[in-house]
Write a protein that binds this ligand. Structure first.
Ligand SMILES: NC(=O)c1ccc[n+]([C@@H]2O[C@H](COP(=O)([O-])OP(=O)(O)OC[C@H]3O[C@@H](n4cnc5c(N)ncnc54)[C@H](O)[C@@H]3O)[C@@H](O)[C@H]2O)c1
Length: 322
């Protein structure tokens, strides 16, 4: 028996907790009465994102790189540490793979030592440029192993492998979420991701850059919906591991998104088309049947409502702790 059994509050570690999704997750976990340890190396995350939590006695912030081992006592681990936007993960691709793979090994090692439950933030990128549409969890994907996106895609695929091997070999309690495009307040304003890009361009009155013909589709999940899904997944019975898709199945073309952003910001920006980057997937849409069944989860925030909140955040300026 360990001393931690006497504590009523759960001690939850969130790696990448100062990032976009991680900061919303930390807030949610604190609001639910947990003690939260946020671990981040601030590569893409910022203290601004968690400024509301700093000073809260149940919140602790640790600057640490997950590619190095971590020794802490916790009950649950959400492993989110990893740059998610192509400009960030392609900046130092070797470090990206290390973050995914060594980070997973270190966090799984920690989970094994302290018998914690551990959730991996995986991604729809494990499906690559999918030949099956919409994507179900039993689809193995169509991924280029040597392209410019591979550091992220293959890193995340290897992390999933490690999670399942730790389960088979060490009976770890694991959960794997495959997250699809998520947006909302605290997205990095210059990370080139489509929603933040369009909003920032529209607010500045600059041309809105659509890559390719704009006919490629994406699904967009509002961050509060995603966080709800992650928390529900962590709470599932030990027998349920996933992988489980978390995303919004509503499908929009990139051009439709651009037009919506222009309309909602009342911007005078023009839409201009540019060459499609390498390995950009044509279509992405989650099949969320499994999440509905096992988590009783589905997104509740529509694109327009979510865009309005995100636009309000960007209008207020980056330092706003929305
Ligand atoms: N946002 C999305 O649409 C989306 C989609 C699929 C998957 N995901 C996954 O969700 C997680 C969070 O994504 P996000 O959008 O919040 O990205 P983000 O870049 O805002 O957050 C990632 C956080 O991890 C931190 N980090 C990076 N490398 C680290 C390291 N080596 N050690 C410690 N911390 C490190 C960053 O500083 C940042 O705070 C990521 O694992 C990402 O792959 C996100």
């Amino acid at each position: 028996m360990t001393l931690r059994n006497y504590s009523i509050r759960k001690r939850v570690l969130v790696t990448g907790g100062a990032g976009f999704v991680g900061s919303h997750l930390c807030e949610r976990l604190i609001a639910e009465g947990n003690d939260v340890l946020c671990v981040d190396n601030f590569f893409t995350g910022t203290k601004d994102n968690i400024s509301r939590l700093i000073g809260n006695p149940h919140f602790e912030l640790m600057r640490h790189d997950v590619t190095f081992p971590l020794f802490v006592e916790v009950d649950e681990i959400y492993n989110l540490a990893c740059p998610a936007a192509p400009v960030h993960y392609q900046y130092d691709p070797v470090q990206t793979t290390k973050t995914s793979v060594h980070g997973a090994i270190n966090m799984l090692g920690l989970a094994k030592r302290v018998k914690a439950k551990i959730l991996q933030a995986s991604t729809s990128e494990v499906y690559g440029d999918p030949q099956v549409h919409p994507q179900r969890e039993d689809y193995w994907g169509h991924v280029n192993p040597i392209g410019i996106r591979s550091c992220y895609d293959e890193g995340k695929r290897c992390a999933e492998t490690l999670f399942f091997d730790y389960r088979r070999q060490h009976e770890l309690r694991i959960k794997v979420a495959r997250i699809f495009n998520t947006y909302g307040p605290r997205m990095h304003p210059n990370d080139g991701r489509v929603v933040s890009n369009f909003i920032v361009q529209a607010l500045k009155g600059e041309p809105i850059t659509v890559y390719g013909d704009g006919g490629q589709t994406r699904s967009f999940c509002y961050v509060d919906d995603l966080v709800e899904g992650l928390v529900r997944l962590m709470a599932t019975k030990d027998g349920f591991t996933g992988p489980v898709n978390l995303g919004n199945p509503g499908e929009f073309t990139i051009l439709e998104l651009a037009q919506k952003v222009v309309a909602l910001t009342r911007s005078k920006s023009r839409i201009v088309k540019k060459k499609l980057p390498a390995d950009d997937p044509r279509q992405r849409q989650p099949d969320i049947t499994l999440a509905k069944l096992h988590l009783s989860w589905e997104p509740s925030v529509g694109l327009e409502a979510g865009l309005k909140k995100t636009i309000a955040y960007f209008r207020a300026g980056k330092s706003s702790p929305a």
